[in-house]
Design a protein around this ligand. Structure first.
Ligand code: KG4
Ligand code: ZN
Length: 334
């Protein structure tokens, strides 16, 4: 197989990233510029600010990826970009950059779905076997996706309200941590000996859907009740109780879905896949039940362009390139 080099660009939220990926599995270069420090002051991502930051750095990020890979533009086979979903102004920056480069260098363009990217981050670390099942947990998404064949996605469950990362960030904020709060809650949960009693939300017995807004409200109530009594809430116990509830439900539904779909592998992905409590609970259950678990390293769990390069290769093999008149789509479906 001749090597196929994809330059991939990701700007859907607050990371500007470019990568060069060979055959959708080998990362030759990966450059990620995070805007987190900029958005921290606002307590969350400000869309207008995100777009402007992407514009400022996109050119140097792409140049740096080419330099790291030691490739010239003419050696590339295609240019890939996250077409959606995401913040529309942020997506536009990447899409315009990718279209311009594809046109200038006369290379095919591959418009790629952000969640397909998160799922195919697993292609960077393992050979995938179909059917497989992916648990997607990020700041914007919480989904169980069944893949019967390469590039064939069937969403079997999703959150009905908050995404799991969003719930983590809101709980963290109530406990006084800066954005993004997920890692702080994770650390606190692991260090605490106590766990506050909090509900598990399973929904209907046969459902693969999730709901985290009730749990989040229960946490906010505990915090407010303490403060009204003039006491500081027990942040450790709350973090641990919250994490145990989230992890128990995510793991329970994912394992049941693996069984019912006959999946050969369970693929974890998305920013919350960096969560240590979730990783260790899933590893334990999977090893006890003989399920092969694949988890990308944290840099490929949070937003990055290498995962887009992996998903773009799969899409290229199935459907070929995308017309140059494609548009960024904030609500693109998988
Ligand atoms: O995938 P990602 O980088 O961006 C989206 O596409 O949403 O995910 C970011 C989310 C944030 O909500 C962040 O708080 C959460 O992932 N996160 C974590 C951890 N690390 C990142 N949540 C819980 N525990 C962590 N260790
Ligand atoms: Zn993401």
């Amino acid at each position: 197989e001749a090597p196929f080099y994809i330059l991939a660009i990701e700007t859907s939220c607050d990371e500007t990233s470019a990568a060069i990926v060979e055959n959708g599995s080998e990362v030759l270069a990966s450059v990620i510029s995070s805007q987190i420090e900029t958005h921290k002051a606002f307590g969350g991502v400000v869309p207008e600010v995100a777009s402007r930051k992407h514009v400022e750095v996109i050119t140097v990020i792409v140049e740096e990826a080419l330099r790291q890979a030691g490739l010239k533009p003419e050696q590339l086979d295609a240019v890939a970009v996250t077409q959606g979903p995401g913040l529309v102004g942020a997506l536009l920056v990447g899409v315009v950059a990718a279209k311009s480069l594809a046109l200038a260098w006369n290379k095919p363009l591959i418009g790629t779905h952000h969640i397909a990217g998160h799922i195919y981050a697993n292609r960077l670390v393992a050979e995938l076997k179909y059917p497989c099942l992916s648990l997607v947990v990020s700041g914007g998404h919480t989904e169980l996706v069944s893949l019967e064949a390469e590039g064939e996605f069937r969403i079997i469950g999703r959150t009905r309200d908050d995404a799991v990362g969003e719930a983590y960030d809101k709980v963290a904020r109530a406990l006084g941590f800066p954005y993004p709060g997920g890692p702080h809650v994770d650390k606190l949960a692991r260090e605490s000996a106590e766990a506050a009693p909090l509900p598990r939300v399973w929904l209907e017995p046969e459902s693969y859907d999730f709901s985290f807004s009730g749990l989040k409200s229960a946490v906010l109530n505990l915090v407010n009740q303490s403060r009204m009594k003039g006491l500081e809430p027990d942040a450790g116990a709350i973090a641990r109780g919250f994490q145990e509830s989230v992890v128990e439900v995510l793991v329970g539904k994912a394992i049941r879905a693996v069984r019912e779909t006959g999946a050969q592998q369970l693929l974890l992905c998305g920013g919350v896949a960096a969560n240590r409590g979730l990783r260790s609970a899933l590893a334990e259950r999977c090893s006890a039940e003989g399920i092969e678990l694949i988890v990308p390293p944290p840099v490929y769990c949070t937003d990055n362009a290498a995962m887009i390069g992996a998903a773009a290769y799969v899409k290229w093999r199935r459907d070929g390139g995308t017309a140059l008149d494609m548009v960024a789509d904030a609500g693109l479906s998988l």
